[in-house]
Design a protein around this ligand. Structure first.
Ligand SMILES: Nc1nc2c(c(=O)[nH]1)N[C@H]1C(S)=C(S)[C@@H](COP(=O)(O)O)O[C@H]1N2
Ligand SMILES: [Mo]
Length: 246
């Protein structure tokens, strides 16, 4: 993993030390055992509400490449795409007071945030784009959360190598001002390659956390019983860290 290129200062020392430990099998379980510590250390260094850097319009990359799934291989998705995703729904479920089923128009009607940020993929590339959508906090305000809720799961429409893509974050990141459900990139509806019609932007974390083709968000008390139990597609498969702070 080329994560090291994207971190700086004290955080870089910490993360690169951890990446080395994670290179061995014993180290990987050591690292997950220490996950709580690691998360707290990251937070202490960056501050819980620190903002990711935002850029100028002139910094926007001419092309924002797609990575991982570049579409959803289903007739249902193609039919949705043909009608501009007019029937797409985002379901808000799990440990919420009021489950929601939002249409794109509902999502566009919420207060909007635009942010020009840099996306860093562990495969060794970055791109700067302007993302627009409502803050996750405003959606969670509508649904309410039950006291047992600890994590927010992101459910995606695509499968990669036969398994459904998914991701998750904790409530600190869910309530962070730069955590938005984006429907637009550079002022246009999201291109299919970048996750149309909805994708997450969690700006203090790496590329694989930015779930595309979003169909649902679910509040849960624990990640243990979900898929491989590590909180995300790449976390389950390749030992990527669940807290992918930058
Ligand atoms: N649903 C879904 N989300 C995903 C992926 C994916 O394959 N499927 N790939 C992830 C990875 S590794 C990266 S770097 C970014 C790529 O976003 P982009 O396609 O807009 O460049 O999406 C992330 N979110
Ligand atoms: Mo990535």
């Amino acid at each position: 993993m080329k994560r090291r290129a994207f971190v700086s200062g004290v955080g870089a020392l910490l993360v690169s030390a951890c990446s080395k430990v994670a290179d061995t099998k014993a180290g990987a379980s050591l690292l997950s055992a220490a996950d709580g510590w690691h998360k707290k250390a990251q937070r202490a260094l960056s501050g819980r509400t620190a903002l990711a850097r935002e850029y100028e319009k002139s910094d926007i990359s001419p092309f924002f490449r797609g990575n991982g799934s570049l579409s959803v291989d289903s007739d249902a998705y193609r039919a949705q795409a043909d009608k501009g995703f007019a029937g797409w729904r985002l379901n808000v479920s799990g440990l919420v007071k009021r489950p929601l089923s939002l249409e794109l128009d509902d999502i566009r009607a919420l207060p909007q945030r635009s942010q020009i940020t840099r996306h860093d993929c562990v495969e060794g590339w970055s791109a700067i784009g302007e993302w627009t959508g409502p803050q996750m906090s405003s959606i969670l305000e509508k649904s309410g959360l039950l006291p047992e809720a600890q994590f927010i799961l992101f459910l995606c429409a695509d499968t990669l190598d036969g398994a459904r893509y998914y991701e998750s974050i904790d409530l600190d990141d869910a309530m962070h001002p730069q955590t938005i459900i984006a429907h637009s990139l550079n002022g246009q509806p999201l291109p299919v390659i970048n996750g149309a019609p909805l994708r997450m932007r969690i700006e203090r974390q790496l590329g694989y956390k930015q779930a595309k083709y979003l169909t649902g968000i679910e509040a849960v008390a624990s990640l243990d019983s979900i898929a491989g139990g590590k909180g995300g597609y790449w976390e389950d498969r390749a030992g990527y860290q669940w807290y992918a702070g930058i």
